[in-house]
Write a protein that binds this ligand. Structure first.
Ligand SMILES: O=C1C[C@@H](O)[C@H](O)[C@@H](O)C1=O
Ligand SMILES: [Co+2]
Length: 298
């Protein structure tokens, strides 16, 4: 299905140690996390809170295990803080990723986001941007895209539950309001399905803009519980709403088929945050690796 060197396979550290809730996996060391990633058959990783910030130390630890950095998350506050604050933090993040050899920078707007609030019901209280906020977001992203291009890099926008860019319409507004040369899309299966979107329609509509992929599966019964009991995003994650590809309700075969036919080139990042005390991250990483091999040949 995929040609040689077309796609590289990474896994995010968030299944071992969770940046949104550092108490999840607090006892897991950086070395355990990256060793298990490599042992499960992955060649890349994103960056977690336990990773050393010294790029030489990080490079050595990763290369010993045959791993590269695919990218790392950046929270922008374009709708809620002065642009310069986001731009300064972004440049530091960009330079770190550039030094690590990454080509794309994950950006997600966190102005008014409820994703980090433990008690706020996810389906009732997500932010909806005003016209002024949309203008700030679209213009700000354009400028971040220019800053990324200075280093030959791209920004890939992460639509996300509990933020102002979650639904298909919001993703469409963001894509239609930005220059494809400056702003690309990160396609995250788990967030689309959790939100109730048609994940294949989003994939096919914005295929040309997709330059990074997060492979995340969703447990249907927990999604229902989140609605019924008005749970927050963090309560949903703790309760196990996300899991690895092949363990939930999403069929990834059409996703792989469409991406291979469109000659997608870049990373697939398995990303399945759940409680590591309940779902052993190494066991789930191996499970994901098997499923991807069976369904995509990678
Ligand atoms: O890419 C991601 C990074 C996390 O911090 C986030 O909360 C998660 O849901 C995600 O998709
Ligand atoms: Co993601």
């Amino acid at each position: 299905m995929f040609k040689e060197n077309q796609v590289k396979l990474a896994i995010a550290p968030i299944g071992w140690t969770n940046d949104d809730m550092p108490e999840l996996g607090g006892e897991v060391t950086f070395e355990q996390c990256i060793s298990e990633m490599a042992l499960a058959g992955f060649t890349g990783s994103e960056v977690g809170n336990k990773y050393p910030s010294d790029t030489n130390v990080l490079k050595k630890a990763l290369s010993l295990r045959g791993l590269e950095i695919a990218s790392a998350w950046f929270s922008s506050f374009l709708t809620s803080k002065p642009y310069e604050e986001t731009a300064e933090a972004f440049k530091e993040h960009r330079d770190f990723l550039y030094e690590m050899g990454a080509k794309v920078i994950v950006v997600s707007e966190q102005g008014n986001s409820i994703q980090g609030q433990m008690e706020t019901p996810l389906f009732d209280k997500k932010p909806v941007f005003t016209e002024d906020e949309w203008t700030l977001l679209l213009e700000g992203l354009h400028h971040l895209g220019v800053l990324a291009a200075e280093k030959g890099m791209k920004i890939v926008y992460h639509h996300h539950m509990g933020t102002g860019v979650q639904t298909t319409d919001e993703i469409a507004r963001l894509m239609n309001g930005t220059d494809p040369e400056k702003v690309s899309l990160l396609y995250d299966t788990g967030h689309l399905v959790f939100s109730g979107e048609d994940y294949l329609a989003v994939l096919n509509t914005f295929m040309d803009r997709i330059h990074h992929v997060h492979l995340k599966d969703v447990r249907a019964e927990i999604t229902q519980k989140v609605c019924d009991e008005k749970l927050s995003f963090l309560q949903a994650v703790k309760g196990g709403v996300f899991t690895v590809p092949g363990d939930g309700l999403i069929d990834f075969r059409p996703v792989f088929k469409a991406l291979s036919e469109a000659r997608y080139k870049g990373w697939f990042v398995v990303e399945a945050e759940q409680d590591p005390a309940i779902s052993n991250p190494f066991e789930y990483a191996v499970k994901a690796r098997h499923y991807i091999r069976e369904t995509s040949g990678l």
